[in-house]
Ligand binder design. Structure first.
Ligand code: ADP
Ligand code: ZN
Ligand code: ZN
Length: 731
């Protein structure tokens, strides 16, 4: 009999172990296809990892193994859904991130191909019926039939829907003069743009290009100040790679930047661009994925998940804005696109280019040590100076605007000035919603999320209270849920509130807002960006979404409404994140002919992240922050793995976390330090109690083996779950 080893879809906790099923058919079964099998009396989709023959009968096998041997119910794919490179990559990712292989496969593949039950309903190939000639002979045909035959003959083939004479068509098909054919139509319409001549590279750009192309070292960091023309270098590199018949993966850190990057590429390399990111519909993703796999695109532009795009013979992988957190996936497998890029580059022998004005400290130190090429673009194009920046202390009453405590006099005046000059303004407030908490003035309690225990944010757009951690939503109450008092007050402000305030202060200004609430409607993000780019609005208000990478030539003023947000959160990465965000935001100002300016409002005007960001001094920040990381032993001075332990009962979460931590400590591994267990800032998740352990290490082998074992042990306890995060971005 034929047996198949099948990995099956299960929770994030899934084991890496395949289950054995009987394959009842005589047809050949390939590894790498998806099948439907029964598991715990439920139909689930599995992925075949191995097929083998067994001499025994079913009964003998069951007697030997002690298990009932179930049959494979159906086979979903004719041929394997992953090529060898991708399958090996999946294994490597699974090993490195200590994540089950099945979870990696589900992350890698588009919805229609995922080994998951929902794929059974997912979109399949979309065909359009065409008519084509079988026999062009006109013998015995009526004039109407001849007319149609000639029309089809002349056009080669014609879309059936475009013809109006169904009876004539039917007759011609019966007479075997024409036939219907199915032609696949891609559902994603790739936009068209006028072809653009390439720009003459500046000496600095040219130097970057030749250094990267000529170096033996395949990995490069382009560290270029905001507006230094990094994109032009990406395009020039891509051209060289494509000339050699190889393919390019171009990753951007934010979905809204894909359309911008796609435009750049289409204008240079007509028609060969494919797009992959999470805002596409499942149908569009499926089509693009298959188009890439067939080799019909030589450039793939997309966000994080595009790192798993299937082109063969990749010659270049670019990560623009390499410092951005969104390159790291939060859930299992907790991969970082940069690591995947390195893995794929090794197999494909391709180049990797990381680009940023504010590289992650880890990346920068590797470049300084020569592990990566270090290419620097120190000046803006046109030699435009970096924006002139003013820090405003918002604790000083005399700095405040008379009509609003959210704006300083100086920011108010500058906005007014830019509106008069018809120049554009960006206002950054890195918090969405209207007010950050709702507090009862009677009993003093704030309204909290029932599952996480953190303050709920008031959203005026839909008059709801929302948890920004777990997504819990509730109606805005008329009275305090605690004491029934009517006196609720709202404190703290977010994007919605700033929008309202700006409209009040500048009623004539055309205002756009961009945050993830706006982004919930598909394509809204790109729409807002396009509108602002086309100067259909004067002011763009938004969260970090607007700080990344965008090039709006008419923006001459950036206001950071509150620079302190995030600085007091407990994470080793916070200062770096704040510095980067402010630097990038300021960098949106004055990128073309007109000089730019920026205003930073803060309650901590002396903070080094704010001071150095206002001077756009990455080097000084790097040096200061590295000392702090060294003293506190955080990356890049050590590696991290975090363990999140969750249990329905708090005691259990606490006990298991303690056991693991003390067990790990007792092992006395060399150069390993265990921190915790600690109770995180948000201690519950959907009624599960959460504890965290942080492992700091220099060498990984023993720790990895330990965690593998741990996962298998905990597997059998349904009341506990563990999430392993290798290289957590924050902690
Ligand atoms: P960065 O990504 O480094 O912030 P961009 O690549 O967006 O910068 O470039 C900034 C601006 O300079 C863009 O408007 C771009 O079109 C323009 N630019 C880049 N390189 C050149 C060049 N060699 N000649 C003229 N303009 C250029
Ligand atoms: Zn109350
Ligand atoms: Zn919550």
């Amino acid at each position: 009999m034929t047996l198949a080893e099948v990995l099956i879809e299960r929770s994030a906790n899934a084991l890496n172990r395949p289950f054995t099923y009987l394959y009842p058919s005589k047809d050949k079964l390939n590894t790498g296809v998806r099948v439907v099998v029964s598991f715990a009396n439920r139909d689930v989709v599995g992925y075949v990892v191995n097929v083998k023959e067994d001499e025994r009968t079913k009964e003998e096998y069951e007697k030997d193994s002690g298990f009932v041997l179930n049959e494979i119910k159906s086979v979903l794919d004719k041929s394997p859904i992953l090529n060898d490179e991708m399958l090996n990559l999946a294994k490597e990712v699974s090993d490195y991130y200590l994540s089950p292989l099945i979870s990696v496969l589900q992350t890698m593949l588009p919805p229609s191909l995922k080994p998951r039950f929902s794929t059974l309903k997912a979109p399949k190939v979309h065909y359009e019926k065409y008519l084509a000639i079988v026999d062009e002979s006109e013998k015995d045909l009526t004039p109407k039939q001849v007319e149609l035959l000639r029309l089809i003959y002349k056009n080669g083939k014609v879309k059936k829907r475009d013809l109006k004479s169904p009876s004539v068509i039917k007759k011609l098909i019966e007479l075997n003069r024409i036939r219907e054919i199915d032609i696949e139509v891609p559902r994603l319409k790739i936009p068209e743009f006028e072809k653009e001549e390439k720009k003459t590279l500046t000496p600095a750009q040219k130097n970057a290009l030749t250094t990267i192309l000529n170096s033996k070292n395949k990995i490069s960091l382009i560290e270029g100040v905001t507006g230094s023309g990094k994109t032009e270098v990406y395009l020039a590199l891509s051209e060289e790679v494509i000339k050699k018949g190889r393919n390019v993966l171009m990753l951007v850190p934010e979905i809204s930047l894909t359309s911008v990057m796609v435009r750049y590429y289409i204008r240079r390399f007509k028609g060969k661009v494919a797009i992959l990111h999470s805002e596409l519909t499942p149908a569009e993703k499926y089509d693009e994925y298959r188009r890439i796999a067939r080799g019909e695109a030589n450039i793939v532009v997309g966000a994080r998940s595009a790192i798993f795009a299937p082109p063969k013979n990749i010659g270049l992988i670019i990560l623009d804005g390499e410092h951005v957190e969104s390159y790291k996936q939060d859930n299992v497998p907790t991969y970082h696109a940069r690591e995947i890029a390195f893995m794929r580059a090794k197999t494909n022998n391709s180049m990797v280019v990381l680009g940023s004005a504010t590289p992650l400290l880890e990346t920068r130190i590797r470049a300084m040590k020569g592990i990566y090429n270090h290419v620097v673009l120190p000046e803006r194009i046109n030699k435009q100076p970096l924006p002139k920046t003013t820090i405003v202390d918002m604790l000083k009453g005399y700095n405040l605007c008379r009509d609003s405590h959210m704006f300083s006099k100086i920011l108010y005046d500058k906005i007014k000035d830019r509106l008069e000059k018809k120049e554009q303004i960006i206002l950054l407030i890195n918090r969405r919603g209207f007010s950050t908490s709702v507090v009862c003035r009677e009993c003093g309690q704030s309204i909290k999320c029932p599952t996480c225990g953190i303050s709920l944010t008031y959203h005026r757009d839909d008059n709801m209270l929302k948890c920004h951690h777990c997504g819990h939503v509730m109606q805005y109450p008329k009275t305090c849920p605690n004491c029934d008092s009517k006196y609720l007050s709202r404190t703290g402000f977010g994007t919605e509130r700033i929008e309202e305030e700006i409209i009040k202060l500048f009623p004539k200004a055309r205002v756009l807002r961009l945050d993830s609430d706006v982004g919930r409607v598909r394509n809204n993000i790109s729409r807002v960006i396009e509108k602002f780019r086309n100067q259909e609005a004067d002011i763009l208000i938004g969260t970090q979404m607007i700080a990344k990478g965008h090039d709006f030539p008419n923006v001459t003023l950036v206001g950071v409404v509150l620079a302190d947000i995030g600085l007091s959160l407990p994470s080793f990465r916070n200062t770096e994140k704040a510095f980067t965000l402010i630097t990038q935001a300021i960098g949106r100002s004055g990128r073309d002919k007109k000089a730019g300016e920026a205003i930073i409002q803060t309650y901590m005007p002396e903070h080094y992240a704010i001071q150095l960001a206002s001077r756009q001094d990455y080097n000084a920040f790097f040096n200061t922050e590295m000392k702090i990381r060294k003293a506190s032993q955080y990356p890049p001075y050590t590696y991290l793995i975090s363990l999140t332990i969750k249990a329905k009962k708090e005691d259990l979460a606490q006990d298991i976390a303690y056991q693991i931590a003390s067990d790990l400590t007792n092992k006395n591994y060399q150069d390993v330090k265990i921190l915790g267990p600690s109770t995180p800032y948000i201690p519950y998740e959907n009624e599960w109690h959460v504890r965290e352990i942080l492992i700091k290490y220099k060498k990984e082998d023993e720790i990895r083996k330990y965690i593998e074992k741990l996962r298998i042990t905990l597997q059998n306890k349904p009341s506990v779950s563990i999430i392993v995060n290798v290289d957590p971005f924050d902690f």
